[in-house]
Design a protein around this ligand. Structure first.
Ligand code: NAP
Length: 435
């Protein structure tokens, strides 16, 4: 028997680490422990529901999960069902790949008002994440999305797309209906810097240019005069600054040099107050100009933070696991957003996973003789003692099959969105099997 490794979190960082371990060691046994009954982390619950091609990466992850030496334990929460110490006692190495599921706070007055949502909750809601399916956001004709990263752009796009444009997505029906019923007229996307300093990807910006019932708008006064002609994002902004709103029912208004200062309202959000900025030598300089945007909904998309796990050192300032280049402590590692914070795309986790695998094998040795730690048998014994009903990868495949089967074409799947629903489906299948 070779070394045993447990990975906490079944998202891209976890799967790339498993893949890298398997490539480097023939005898490593790997168990993936996941809080949700479903695998794939942000690929399932973060990548926008209309970006189905991005989600195809799960085909590779599925092959990895089906490897002989790999098992999936879904519906097991570390910190509640099992502790870090429990896991370190069972496994030779432990990898925290639990991502960064919490929103960074804006830190302005009014952030607690009804109608203010963080991207994690809002994206989770329209992606059918069990934690957020009941968010029931207060949507309104005028909505402000704060942030100039790709998450902000995803949110804005989902809000202004028509039901037809979403037909081939896997957005849950409740979210599609709520967005359609909100009568959205204007989505303001607020950036504290200018059009030359956004983090928008060109491909995502091109989608904005192709929206069927929404006019993207930029104030021409915000456009830099000396912009390079080959900057794809700036070129699009320039084209948006040259159009007048006409025809389309919705507007996507890019509001630049706007630093949020307060969210105003009594029972709920009524306006977003921002201060105009200037950018001087890359630094933000506040001006005296203050403006209000009347709105009923504010969504912040300004970055994420990891969740502290009891027993794992946490850097509260950075919002991630305390680590030195992925190493946390003896036999304890971190990878992906839990390690480096919320940066990069899905593929950025591949080199991270490779590095993590190499660190583990360097510390333990790939051909380590059988250790005294029981690995999988120990985990299963603890879960049985604690009566934790875990979800296997075969269980997930059954859920997956049912999600696909019950979808109305061209939607690729109709997601199960609650723990209870998923466990009931699995319970029924088990009873049927037992006759
Ligand atoms: P991000 O790219 O880091 O963008 C965060 C944005 O929030 C920045 O514009 C930042 O402005 C702004 N911000 C931060 N604090 C703020 C404040 N107090 N007030 C106003 N604005 C503030 O983060 P993200 O959009 O959450 O994306 C996370 C990662 O996932 C990124 O690497 C992203 O590319 C990736 N992602 C990729 C895709 C895709 O490829 N389709 C989709 C979604 C996410 P400053 O620049 O001024 O700090």
């Amino acid at each position: 028997m070779g070394i045993t490794v447990a990975i906490i979190g079944a998202g891209p960082a976890g799967f790339y680490t498993v893949e890298a371990l398997l490539e480097r060691c023939q005898t490593v046994t790997i168990d993936i422990i996941e809080r949700l009954p479903t695998p794939y982390g942000l690929v399932r619950a973060g990548v926008a529901p209309d970006h189905q091609s991005t989600k195809q990466v799960v085909r590779k992850f599925e092959q990895t999960a089906l490897a002989n030496l790999v098992h999936f334990y879904g519906n097991v929460e570390v910190g509640r069902d099992i502790t870090i110490d429990d896991l370190l006692a069972q496994y030779d190495a432990l990898v925290v790949a639990a991502g960064a599921p919490n929103d960074r706070m804006l830190g302005v007055p009014g952030e607690q008002l009804e109608g203010v949502y963080g991207a994690s909750a809002f994206v989770g809601w329209y992606n059918g994440h069990p934690d957020f399916r009941d968010l029931n956001p207060r949507l309104s004709p005028s909505t402000v999305v704060i942030g100039n990263g790709n998450v902000a752009l995803d949110i804005a796009r989902i809000l202004v797309k028509t039901p037809d444009e979403m037909a081939a997505s896997d957005i849950p029906g409740y979210a599609l209906d709520a967005i359609a019923a909100a009568g959205i007229e204007t989505v303001h996307v607020l950036g504290r810097r200018g059009p030359a300093n956004t983090k928008f990807a060109p491909a995502e910006m091109r989608e904005i240019a192709r929206l069927t019932d929404c006019t993207p708008l930029v104030d021409p006064a915000d456009m830099p005069e000396d912009a390079a002609d080959d900057d794809k994002v700036l070129k699009l902004f320039r084209s948006f600054s040259a159009v007048a709103p006409c025809g389309a029912h919705k507007r996507l208004q890019f509001q630049f040099f706007a630093a949020p200062e307060a969210i105003i309202g009594h029972a709920h959000v009524e306006a977003l107050r921002y201060r105009r900025n200037r950018v001087e030598a890359g630094r933000l300089v506040a001006t005296d100009a203050v403006c209000d945007i009347a709105c009923g909904t504010v969504i912040t998309a300004i970055g994420y933070r990891a969740s502290p796990l009891p027993g794992v050192p946490f850097n509260a300032d950075a919002g991630r696991v305390e680590n030195i280049n992925g190493r946390v402590d003896s036999r304890l590692f971190a990878v992906g957003w839990a390690k480096r914070g919320p940066t990069g795309v899905i593929g950025s986790n591949k080199p991270d996973g490779e590095h993590c695998a190499e660190q583990i094998l360097a510390e333990l040795g790939s051909d380590a003789a059988a250790t005294a730690r029981p690995g999988r048998a120990g985990l299963e014994r603890l879960l049985a003692e604690r009566q934790i009903r875990y979800v296997t990868f075969d269980d997930w495949r059954l859920l997956n099959e049912q999600e696909v089967t019950r979808a109305d074409a061209p939607a690729p799947r109709r997601k199960f969105t609650s723990f209870a629903e998923m466990m009931a489906v699995l319970g029924a299948a088990r009873r049927q099997r037992l006759g």
